[in-house]
Design a protein around this ligand. Structure first.
Ligand code: NAG
Ligand code: NAG
Ligand code: NAG
Ligand code: NAG
Ligand code: NAG
Ligand code: NAG
Length: 479
């Protein structure tokens, strides 16, 4: 009998070894650079810290300065300015979504035999069913289509935005979304047929505004005297607990050993909504490093060098091909993203293939025409308006909220500012006047990319979206 079990075990083990890794892709909405315990000892995030410090922490993983554009990059592997998603975020009443001719990450993973599930925030358009998660590669979806809803009633104003696959999910009012999302992820894990590899996309609501958290997490931060920052810190800890519960479920199901976890923020933290990107400059909505250098790490299956940091240049567009490679597939060659799987798994940042990227190009508002930013090698050129707020902000810890710089708006492509972000990651020394030849070189690269820009898909508010016509639920069916 014992012998039989041993044989059976070794068969199971060898099956597990040949099966592609399970992939869990966690997105933390609006989490700042300095909002995790592995960077800021005031933050209580033991689960995240353990995965990060025992995995590989990315020091130069870039995202877009806003939500919808980063998620476009995650799902399509395309730079937002090439697909029309470069301007701010989609609102719930705009008749548009990421163009349907782009293949999404779960569609690629399905080709490799994965079961694909999504729990959380979409924000890539929903005006018709074809735009929504279960039509774009996910076997199941639980979550919301848009943004900014209440964490307890799951409504934007008077109207519900919460779905269980295609059906409105009314039964969760009063339950904080981090609990529900963790439980839904656990249910998926428990019901999963282990003969198939699992892909779970878990874009949490935490820690985006509105600033709301159950008291238990608020109470974890008696030393934070600013009420908003205290609540925000609690929201980060609620997220951390959700991450811990999901990893425990993977362990109990026996899936953890063969699971690769990718964790990333979608943009820098909004400092006016209590996040902190200290010591980086600026925050969400800006193309300063504080708005675009995302908190990110990987943990688990396939990584050969762990307990390490990785400073190779990565961009949100690269996660799709990198995960497809990790799954044993061949990434598409027609997308902007490139696979870093071999460099990452070997912890070999010097073999990183990315040498440049566009932070954003967005001419939608005429006054902003010409504003842009690019990274090439160690240098970063910013033309014109970088977004607001500017400056360096430690976590808020005064009774009164801090005041932020008033809105400073530059027209067009002036001034040009140049930084060496390798030696000066906090962007304190503008080198444009001492390195004019580098300014010219980078400006010429921006001009090349500008030729590939497509007009932003940013239609006016459409009354056809009115949820009153759909039983008071934000719903597809009006474009
Ligand atoms: C998708 O469609 C747009 C608009 O027709 C086109 O510009 C773009 O090249 C297409 N992309 C792909 C990947 O088919
Ligand atoms: C949900 O809560 C918000 C407060 O955060 C409130 O403004 C809104 O009216 C509520 N919506 C519903 C449908 O209860
Ligand atoms: C995590 O699991 C514990 C134990 O079941 C539970 O009490 C807690 O509410 C869960 N937290 C989250 C965020 O889901
Ligand atoms: C799991 O999937 C395999 C292959 O499709 C199938 O043979 C098996 O019956 C499934 N197991 C369960 C418990 O559904
Ligand atoms: C916040 O400020 C108070 C009062 O100065 C101090 O006691 C506390 O340690 C600070 N907390 C953090 C998290 O910085
Ligand atoms: C990770 O590395 C640090 C320093 O390099 C070391 O102190 C720590 O013990 C290591 N942790 C693990 C889990 O190997």
């Amino acid at each position: 009998m014992e012998k039989f079990i041993l044989v059976l075990l070794s068969v199971l083990v060898s099956c597990a070894a040949t099966q592609p890794p399970n992939i869990v892709f966690i997105v933390a909405d609006d989490l700042g650079w300095n909002d995790v315990g592995f960077r800021n000892p005031h933050m209580k995030t033991p689960n995240i810290d353990k995965l990060a410090t025992e995995g590989i922490i990315f020091e130069s993983a870039y995202v877009q300065p806003y939500c919808s554009p980063s998620r476009t990059a995650f799902m399509s592997g395309m730079f937002p300015f090439k697909v029309g998603m470069q301007h701010k975020v989609l609102s719930d009443d705009q008749a548009v979504c990421v163009p349907l001719n782009y293949t999404f990450l779960p569609q690629e993973l399905k080709k490799l035999g994965y079961a694909t599930h999504m729990v959380g925030k979409w924000h890539l358009g929903f005006c018709k069913w074809e735009c929504t998660p279960t039509y774009r590669g996910f076997d199941t979806f639980f979550g919301y289509y848009s943004a900014m809803e209440d964490y307890f009633n799951h409504s934007i104003g008077a109207y519900l935005d919460y779905r269980d696959d295609k059906l409105p999910a009314w039964d969760y009012r009063g339950e904080y979304s981090a609990y529900t999302f963790a439980q839904k992820a656990i249910d998926i894990i428990n019901q999963h047929n282990v003969s198939q590899p699992l892909f779970m996309y878990l874009p949490y609501q935490n820690v985006h505004a509105p600033i709301e958290v159950p008291e238990k997490y608020y109470n974890m931060y008696p030393n934070v005297i600013n009420e908003g920052r205290r609540t925000f810190s609690g929201m980060v800890s609620a997220l951390d607990e959700a991450v811990g519960n999901v990893t425990s479920a993977l362990k109990e199901k026996g899936l953890f050993e063969n699971t690769l976890i990718l964790f990333t923020a979608d943009n820098g933290g909004p400092v006016e909504a209590y996040a902190s990107n200290w010591p980086l400059r600026g925050g969400k909505h800006t193309i300063w490093e504080g708005g675009t250098r995302g908190t990110s790490f990987m943990y688990g299956a396939g990584l050969k060098k762990t307990n390490t940091t990785y400073n190779g240049m990565l961009h949100a567009v690269d996660w799709k091909p990198t995960l497809v490679s990790a799954a044993g597939g061949s990434p598409e060659t027609s997308i902007d993203g490139i696979s870093h799987w071999e460099s990452i798994r070997n912890g070999d940042q010097w073999s990183s293939h990315r040498t440049e990227f566009i932070y954003n190009l967005d001419d939608f508002e005429p006054a902003l025409e010409g504003h842009a930013a690019i990274r090439v090698g160690d240098y970063k050129l910013i033309l014109g308006y970088p977004g607001t707020p500017d400056g360096w902000h430690e976590p808020m810890n005064k009774t009164q909220d801090y005041l932020f710089d008033s809105f400073i708006y530059f027209k067009g492509d002036n001034p040009a500012r140049l930084f060496n972000v390798q030696s000066d990651p906090t962007e304190r020394y503008d080198m444009s006047s001492i390195k004019p030849e580098i300014v010219d070189q980078l400006r010429a690269r921006i001009d090349d990319y500008r030729k590939q820009m497509v007009p932003a898909l940013f239609p006016p508010h459409d009354p056809a979206s009115n949820p009153k016509k759909f039983g008071n639920v934000w719903s597809p069916g009006w474009c």
